[in-house]
Design a binder for this molecule. Structure first.
Ligand SMILES: *Cc1c(COP(=O)(O)O)cnc(C)c1O
Length: 351
C-alpha cells in the first residue's frame, strides 16, 4: 500500500444491478415496464435547448411545487434530489450524527450499510424474523436514528402503518426515515404521519411506480425544520443537483394522476398472476406488495437458475450469501415479459 493511501477514504461500493446494453428481458432492477406519463414526452419535445446555458433553479421550485400540491403539503415540506439514493445519502449525512448506532434490518436495501460506512456512522443490524419480517420491538431501544424501507427490499413485505407508527412513536428523540420506494404498489404511506410526528422523514422515488428511473428523481417529505436541515446540507454539497430536464419532466409526470394509478393497477395485477404461476412451478416466495417477487425453489439452485436465465436473455437479480443465498428477486414486467420468463422456466425444469 502506498503511504498516501493511508489517508484516503476507502469504501466498498454499492454494486448496482446490471444494465445490459443489448436487448434483454430486464427483470433485475425493478424498473417500470411501461413508459412515463404521455405529458413527459410532450414536455421533452417542447424544451428550449437555450435554457441549458443557464443553471437550473437551485430550489427545484417547479418540481417541489408539483409534489407539494400532489401530496397536499407545504412547499417547505418537500426536498428533491437526484434519485432517492441522493436524497437518502443526504439524509444519512444530515440526520445520523450520533455516537449511538443507527438501526436498520439485516436483510434490506444494501445501500444503507454503505452510506453508514462512507460517512462513518455507527450502525447495528436488527435481524428479520424467520419469516423475513421486520420485528418492530427491536427498534424500541436507545439508538442514533432508524431507517427501513416499507415495503422492505428485497423481501417486498409491507408493514402495516400502525406498526410503522409504533416505531416512530417509540423513537421521538431521533430521526426515523421510512424509505417508501415501493409504497405505491403496497398500501398506506407514512406520509399521513408527518404532521403528527416531527421526527419522521418519508422518502419516495420516481424510479419505480413513476417509470422514470433514467431521469433520477427522488424526494423526501417531512416537517419544515427537517427539510430546512436537508437543504442546508445539500447547498453545502452541490446547489444544482437537479438538471433542468428532470425538473420539467418530473413536474409533468406528477400532474397525471390517472395514468400513474392505471400503471400501478396493471403491475399489481401482473404481480398477483405471476405469484400463481410461480406456485405452479414449485417456487415458494414471500407475499410481496412491491413490483418484484422474492422467490426460491426447493429443487433448483438459485445461482444456477440465475445464470441459466441470463444466458437466455432474461435478467433477474441474485445476490448470494447468507439467508438469501437461495433467493432470486424477479421484477414484475409486462404480462408478455413474464410469459417469456415462465416459458423458459417450464422448459428448463422439464429437462
Ligand atoms: C430503488 C430503490 C431506491 C432508490 O432508487 P432511486 O432510483 O435512487 O430513486 C431506494 N430505496 C430502495 C429500497 C429502492 O429499492
Amino acid at each position: 500500500m502506498k503511504t498516501f493511501e493511508k489517508n484516503i477514504r476507502k469504501v466498498e461500493p454499492y454494486v448496482p444491478g446490471e444494465q445490459p446494453q443489448r436487448k434483454v428481458i430486464k427483470l433485475n432492477t425493478n424498473e417500470n415496464p411501461y413508459p412515463p406519463a404521455p405529458g413527459v414526452e410532450r414536455a421533452l419535445k417542447s424544451m428550449d435547448t437555450d435554457r441549458m446555458r443557464l443553471y437550473p433553479d437551485p430550489t427545484a421550485g417547479e418540481l417541489v411545487k408539483a409534489l407539494a400540491d400532489y401530496y397536499h403539503v407545504g412547499e417547505n415540506q418537500v426536498f428533491v434530489g437526484v434519485g432517492s439514493d441522493d436524497v437518502l445519502s443526504m439524509c444519512f449525512l444530515t440526520f445520523f450524527n450520533s455516537e449511538k448506532p443507527v438501526l436498520f434490518p439485516d436483510v434490506t436495501y444494501s445501500f444503507y450499510k454503505i452510506w453508514a460506512e462512507l460517512y462513518r456512522i455507527p450502525y447495528e443490524l436488527c435481524p428479520l424474523d424467520e419469516d423475513f419480517r421486520i420485528v418492530k420491538e427491536d427498534y424500541f431501544r436507545d439508538n442514533g436514528g432508524i431507517i427501513f424501507p416499507n415495503p422492505n427490499a428485497p423481501t417486498g413485505l409491507y408493514m402495516e402503518l400502525g406498526d410503522v407508527e409504533d416505531i416512530i412513536s417509540h423513537n421521538q428523540d431521533v430521526i426515523v426515515i421510512v424509505d417508501e420506494a415501493y409504497i405505491d404498489f403496497a398500501g398506506k404511506s407514512a406520509l399521513e404521519l408527518i404532521e403528527k410526528y416531527e421526527n419522521v422523514i418519508v422518502v419516495q422515488t420516481f424510479s419505480k411506480a413513476r417509470a422514470m428511473a433514467g431521469m433520477r428523481i427522488g424526494y423526501a417529505v417531512g416537517n419544515p425544520l427537517l427539510i430546512k436541515y436537508l437543504n442546508d446540507a445539500k447547498y453545502s454539497f452541490n446547489s444544482y443537483t437537479m438538471n433542468q430536464t428532470a425538473l420539467v419532466c418530473g413536474a409533468e409526470a406528477v400532474k397525471d394522476k390517472e395514468y400513474f394509478e392505471e400503471g400501478i393497477r396493471k403491475i399489481i395485477k401482473t404481480r398477483e398472476w405471476a405469484k400463481e404461476e410461480l406456485l405452479k412451478l414449485g417456487f415458494s416466495f414471500l407475499d410481496s406488495k412491491a413490483n418484484f417477487i422474492f422467490a426460491t425453489h426447493p429443487d433448483y439452485d438459485a445461482k444456477e437458475l440465475f445464470e441459466a436465465l441470463k444466458d437466455n436473455g432474461i435478467y433477474v437479480r441474485y445476490w448470494g450469501g447468507g439467508r438469501i443465498s437461495q433467493y432470486l428477486r424477479i421484477t414484475v414486467g409486462t404480462k408478455e415479459e413474464m410469459d417469456a420468463l415462465f416459458g423458459f422456466l417450464r422448459s428448463y425444469m422439464m429437462q
